[in-house]
Every structure is written in C-alpha cells, then in structure tokens.
Unconditional design. Structure first.
Ligand SMILES: Cc1cc2nc3c(=O)[nH]c(=O)nc-3n(C[C@H](O)[C@H](O)[C@H](O)COP(=O)(O)OP(=O)(O)OC[C@H]3O[C@@H](n4cnc5c(N)ncnc54)[C@H](O)[C@@H]3O)c2cc1C
Ligand SMILES: Cc1cc2nc3c(=O)[nH]c(=O)nc-3n(C[C@H](O)[C@H](O)[C@H](O)COP(=O)(O)OP(=O)(O)OC[C@H]3O[C@@H](n4cnc5c(N)ncnc54)[C@H](O)[C@@H]3O)c2cc1C
Lengths: 389, 248
C-alpha cells in the first residue's frame, strides 16, 4: 500500500496556516510509522498499545491547547482537531485515549481545578507520566447523566464516595479518575487516585468495538476522598457537559480521519481489483460510492474547519458541535460500510483496516452523546422545543 | 560548536512527477514538497551534536519562497535559526555549491552537514563541491559519526560493507540512511518555530556551466516474467534474481 497523502479535493490546505499543516503532517507520519504497523494486532488481542503513551507525550499530543507553562503545546483548536483526525486515521481507540486524556481529564482540571490541582496534575498528564479517565456514565444513567446515583457525603475532613461508573475509557490504566458525583443533590467533580482504599477499576470484557482501547467499570465503596480533591469551580451538571463538548469537538475531526482511511483503502483496492476483465473502479456503481465518499469527507472537512475557527474565536455554540459530531460520525460509518462493500470478501479481513474502523465507529456514534441525543440538541436549538422527555 | 545543515525542498516520494512544459525541469505545480529525506538525517545529526557539545545550529536552503516550509520543519525539529538564500532561478550544482559556500563562510561553522543526495535530481555533487570550495575535508555517505576532541570518526557505507575514516573539524559531512533516527518535530517545537527567525538573503549569482538539454520519464516497466508455478521453478528464479536482476 502506498503512503497516505491525505484527501484534499477542495484545496482546503490553503485555508490552514503553515503550523497547522506541519502539525497535521507530523501526526500523519507518526500514525503511519507508529500506529498502523501494530494496531491490528492490538485490536485482535484486545489491548491498548501502552508504549505509544510516552511517544505521543513526547510529541505533545496531550492537552495540546493548554498553556506552555504546564508543558503543553499551546496550539489552537484547528491544529488540535487535525491531531485528532490523524490519530483516528490510525484507530479510534488511539484517538479516544488522546481525547480522554486531553479533553476529559486535563481540560476539567485546567478549567475547574484549584491552582494546586493544576500544578500537580497537568505536567504529569502532559508528559504521559500519569494517565487519566473520566467517569460520568453509570450502568443505569447514560444519555441522562443528571439521574446519576453515585454520591459524595461531606464527612468533615473528607468526602465519602459511593457508587459505580461504567464504560469508562482508560479506567483500569488510569492513575487519576475525574469522577462526577452528587453532593447534596448537586453534581460535583472529584479527583480519585488509583490505589485509594475502596476504589477499583476492573476492565470490561467482550467488546466487539474499540478493542484497542481499555474500557472499565469504576467501583466506589466508602472511598475517602481528601477535601482538596474536589474541583472548586464546577457548576452542577453543566461542568461535565462542558467537558463532553470539548471531546465531541475532537471526535468530529477524528471521524474524518477514520473516513479517509476507509475511503483510501477502497479507492486503492478498486483500481487494482479486476472483475469481468476490468478494474472494479471502472464500474459505475463503484464510482458512485467513491464519489459519495469524497463528497462527504470534503463537506466534513469544511464543517470542522469552520467549527475550529469559531472555537478559536470563542463564538462557538454547543449545538454546532453536536451537529458536527452527529454528521461526521454518521458519514464515516456509512463510508466504512461502503468501503467494505467495495472490498468484497476481502473487506471482512483484518489485512485491511475497514472492518476495524467500522466496528470502532459504532462506539463513537454512541459515546460522547449518542447520535440521537445530538439530533435532539440541534432540534431543540432550531425549534426552541425540547424533545428529550 | 557551530553546526549548519544545508537542506533541500524536494517533491514528496509519493508525488506523481510531471516534466514541465519546457521539457527540462520537474513541474512543481500541484505537487507536495518535503524536507529531503537524507537531509532529515543531517538535521538530526546537527541537533545531536549541539545536544552533546553545546553551541548553535543553523539551517540553510537555496530556493524560492516555498522552501520556507522545509526550513520551518528544520526549525520545528529544533534547529535554532534559518537562512533562505532566496533565488528561484535555474542553477546547476556548481552554482548552488558556490552560493552556499559563500554564505557558509560567513558563519565559520565547525560542522557542515548535508544529505547524501537530493531525491529529486540525484546529482550527489554539492557536499563535495562545497568542501572543495571551502578547502575543508569531506566525508560522504556517513552512517555513524563520533567526535572525540578534535577528532572526527565516520563510518561510511561502501559496497558490501563499511569503511571507517578519521578527520578533523571543520568538516563537510553527507548523511546516509542509518546515521540516526530523525526525531519528529514535536507540537511544541512547531509552535516554537513560529518565533524563530528565517533570514532572507540574496545569494551570489553564478552562471551555470552545465545545462539541461531535456528531461523525460522512463518508459513504464515491461511486463513481468513468469518462471514457473511450482517449487521446480525456484532454482531458475534464484538464478535470475542473482544474475539478471542482481538483487540477491
Ligand atoms: C467504548 C465506550 C467508551 C466509553 N467511554 C466513556 C467514558 O470514558 N466516560 C464516560 O462517562 N462514558 C463513556 N462511555 C459511555 C457513553 O457515553 C454512553 O454509552 C452514552 O452516553 C450512551 O449511554 P447508554 O449506553 O447508557 O445508552 P442509553 O442512554 O441507554 O441509550 C440507549 C438508546 O436510547 C436512546 N435514547 C436515550 N434517551 C433518549 C431520548 N430521550 N430520546 C430518544 N432516544 C433516546 C439513545 O440515543 C440510544 O440509542 C463510553 C461508551 C463506550 C461504548
Ligand atoms: C465469510 C465468507 C464466506 C464465503 N463462503 C463462500 C463459499 O462457501 N463458497 C464460495 O464459492 N464463495 C464463498 N464466499 C465468496 C463470496 O461469494 C464472494 O466474496 C462474492 O461472490 C464476492 O466476490 P469477491 O469477494 O471476490 O468480490 P468482487 O467480485 O471482487 O467484488 C468487489 C466489489 O465490486 C463489485 N462489482 C464486481 N463486479 C461488478 C460489476 N460488474 N458492476 C458493478 N459492481 C461490481 C461488487 O459488487 C463488490 O462491491 C464467501 C465469502 C465470505 C465473505
């Protein structure tokens, strides 16, 4: 297979700065050299490639939009999005790792944390010395996190945490968990360190999707949390939702990478696979699929670029992120399915990345707000009528 | 220690090359350009020299504005400063070498690194010419470089083996694959490169002494040869690979 050189049907590169292009190309090369050669094996045996963590940290991929004083790259949001895109061209699980570490752990510590929490954790998380996870979802509360039953009680010199979280990316390998729990009926964020008495994080098994990513339960039985481990600056349920908004932004970009991977595989395959004496790329039905792919990816690229520019201007509204996440993950999934069709029987083999991406995207479509929830968010935004309940 | 790398901006290895309308040069329009891969080894080498011995690093390129992209990459990898000898005109190797040497002289470098060759025109001439013009020792195709006091020990790739040579610096060295593992420009490095200076300088003009008459693409490969379809064909295949293709 020839080296991947991206898809830029509309000269969108011309809308990027020199630094943005360099960031994109660097991570593209990283994905080519460090992720693609190993990922199928990790996916097959169901493990996260732990030795990528220091390599990704060296490049500055964790918390890359945060200030340099914490050891971060201080990039803009478009450059951050391009990092997510290129990582997800490798695998959604690798992008998930970077998303969680950056948008769901470093971002809330930076935004809601005390100076002490920031100074202690951000450099460790940026350097990959520590791994973080984000615990919001519970077995009985997914789309409706406001119903959560995990609680914290004020015991004077500490908080006492009880409850359970489920579907938590990086849970088992995390040194610190950002945990959302109700204190006197209001959602608050707590930093729970690995090894704290009463806290365990068993890995969930049996996944058919995101197999190269660790997904865990977090169990809290009378866990004593030091008082200094509560986030001082949160504002109820809105705070974890702000985190999700950061992560969704990255997912909207990431989906483009996944789509580029499956499109590119299908394009190359169709030019060399001969049936009825001709390359299958010469059949109209195949061309129609390939054209659909290019059109959808190009639209998604422009959508994300403008989304990123709005985010950098600080005028971004959250339903705009929902629209992009919803659109881009759906288009990536459709493209993966079409690519599988173009590859015929070969499409089901792990010699090609297509089924892996397709299976991964089923999780991506659900996490960080399901496709349906994002529909309802945009629906409410444009009609003014809330349709959740 | 002052270390300089001379870098070139070349078509991406994956680019579909077209010969320009003049039939003499590569048509640069619409193709991706990158830091010449051999120059990445050279860039990594000067970064390592600085890390071990202190001092400063500089990257120089000769070409048009688009060459800044490649300088930016060298800066993002960690090089301190860059110079663009801004000139888009047609030059032969000697005129490039003379212009580079003229600039290099001003900086009194200890180490001047090049890639073994540019992957576009394959001339492999510039490092040697620059060394000659500057009156410096020149070591080419280096795969290992050690500096002990004033001594410079280089391992060179030669047919079927290696050669170890010793010289002193200032020296001109051309880097071969294997010299090191070039680092990725880190995201922090890329952000920091924004504030590093790229100085534009008008290089000296030198009339070319070698002129390109024409350039054309090789004809597409002939169809492959099927030697046989079972184990019996192996000896013949081995013989052909050895004697005709000369790959084993
Ligand atoms: C691999 C993986 C990793 C994850 N990582 C994390 C993590 O790190 N941290 C974390 O906190 N969570 C994580 N999650 C959890 C994820 O965010 C939830 O799965 C998601 O929010 C959906 O919740 P649920 O699975 O409970 O589905 P449910 O909420 O039970 O939804 C089931 C279906 O009902 C639909 N639905 C629900 N309510 C409505 C409604 N009002 N109107 C219309 N349709 C509705 C949904 O759209 C969905 O189709 C992860 C999930 C996966 C699969
Ligand atoms: C799990 C599995 C089990 C199988 N079991 C058996 C078995 O027991 N016995 C057996 O004989 N086979 C079996 N098959 C093979 C299966 O029947 C073939 O995969 C199928 O016929 C498609 O052929 P192909 O994979 O070579 O795809 P291709 O024929 O290469 O097709 C690739 C793509 O090109 C399209 N295409 C091809 N020609 C045209 C055209 N003229 N116009 C438009 N589009 C075109 C196809 O629709 C497809 O999208 C199995 C396949 C799988 C995946």
């Amino acid at each position: 297979m020839t080296k991947f050189s991206g898809l830029d049907y509309y000269e969108i590169d011309g809308l990027l700065t020199e630094e943005e292009v360099l960031v994109r190309n660097t991570v593209r090369e990283f994905t080519e050299e460090q992720i693609l050669p190993i990922i199928e094996k990790n996916y097959r045996i169901g493990t996260f490639p732990m030795d990528l963590i220091p390599k990704m940290a060296d490049l500055g991929m964790f918390g890359s939009t945060l200030p340099a004083k914490y050891g971060c790259a201080e990039m803009n949001n478009v450059a951050y999005g391009l990092v997510m895109q290129e990582l997800e061209r490798g695998d959604s699980g690798i992008r998930s790792f970077a998303s969680v570490q950056s948008a769901l752990v470093m971002y809330p510590i930076y935004t809601f944390g005390s100076e002490k929490q920031k100074d202690y954790w951000l450099p460790k998380l940026a350097s990959g010395e520590s791994v973080g996870c984000f615990g919001l979802t519970e077995p009985d509360y997914g789309s409706n996190p406001g119903g959560m039953i995990t609680t914290a009680q004020d015991k004077g010199d500490h908080y006492l945490l009880n409850g359970a979280k489920m579907w938590i990316t990086n849970g088992t390998i995390a040194d610190v968990a950002v945990v959302w729990a109700k204190l006197n009926g209001i959602v608050h964020g707590f930093l729970v360190e690995k090894g704290t008495q009463g806290f365990s994080a068993p890995e969930m098994i049996g996944k058919h999707s995101l197999r190269a990513s660790v997904t865990s339960e977090l169990i809290f039985q009378d866990v004593q949390i030091p008082k200094e481990n509560i986030f001082p600056k949160t504002d109820g349920l809105k705070s974890p939702l702000m985190c999700l908004n950061q992560a969704r932004y990255g997912i909207a970009w990431g989906a483009i990478g996944s789509a580029m991977a499956t499109y590119n595989t299908a394009l190359e395959y169709s030019k060399t696979r001969i049936q009825f004496g001709k390359p299958i790329a010469s059949f109209q039905m195949t061309q129609e699929k390939l054209v659909f792919m290019v059109a959808e990816i190009t639209k998604a690229q422009l959508l994300c670029l403008q989304l990123g520019r709005l985010k950098d201007k600080l005028t971004l509204r959250f339903p705009q992120v929902s629209l992009a996440k919803r659109n881009n993950v759906q288009m990536a999934l459709e493209i993966a399915r079409m690519a599988r069709e173009i590859l015929g029987a070969n499409g089901i083999l792990d010699e090609y990345p297509v089924m892996r991406h397709m299976a991964n995207l089923e999780s991506v479509k659900t996490y960080e707000g399901t496709h349906e929830m994002h529909t309802l968010i945009v629906g409410q935004d444009i009609t003014g009528i809330q349709a959740f309940v | 220690m002052k270390c300089i790398v001379c870098v070139n901006h070349v078509p991406d290895t994956e680019a579909k090359i077209k010969v320009g309308a003049d039939g003499k040069y590569i048509d640069k329009a619409g193709i991706n350009h990158i830091l010449n891969p051999y120059d990445e080894f050279a860039t990594e080498a000067i970064l390592q020299l600085k890390e071990k011995n202190g001092g400063e690093t500089l990257a120089i390129t000769l070409g048009g504005d688009s060459h800044k992209e490649t300088l930016r990459k060298a800066l993002a990898m960690g090089v301190d400063k860059a110079i663009l000898l801004k000139d888009d005109s047609v030059r032969d190797s000697l005129s490039v070498a003379k212009a580079l040497a003229e600039e290099l002289k001003k900086h009194t470098p200890d180490f001047i690194l090049f890639g073994k060759q540019s992957i576009d025109y394959y001339n492999e001439q510039i490092p040697g010419m620059v060394a000659e013009i500057l009156g410096l020792p020149s070591v080419t195709a280096v795969v290992k470089l050690t500096v002990e006091d004033k001594k410079v020990i280089c391992h060179r790739e030669i047919e079927g083996g290696q050669e170890i040579v010793e010289t002193t610096y200032p020296v001109v060295i051309s880097a071969h694959k294997g010299l090191n593992e070039p680092r990725y420009p880190s995201l922090k490095g890329i952000m920091a490169s924004k504030t590093k200076p790229i100085t534009e300088i008008q290089p000296i003009a030198v009339a070319p002494v070698v002129e390109t008459i024409t350039m054309f693409k090789a004809q597409s490969k002939q169809a492959g040869k099927i030697v046989g379809t079972d184990a019996a064909a192996v000896p013949e295949l081995v013989r052909l690979l050895h004697e005709e293709a000369k790959v084993i």
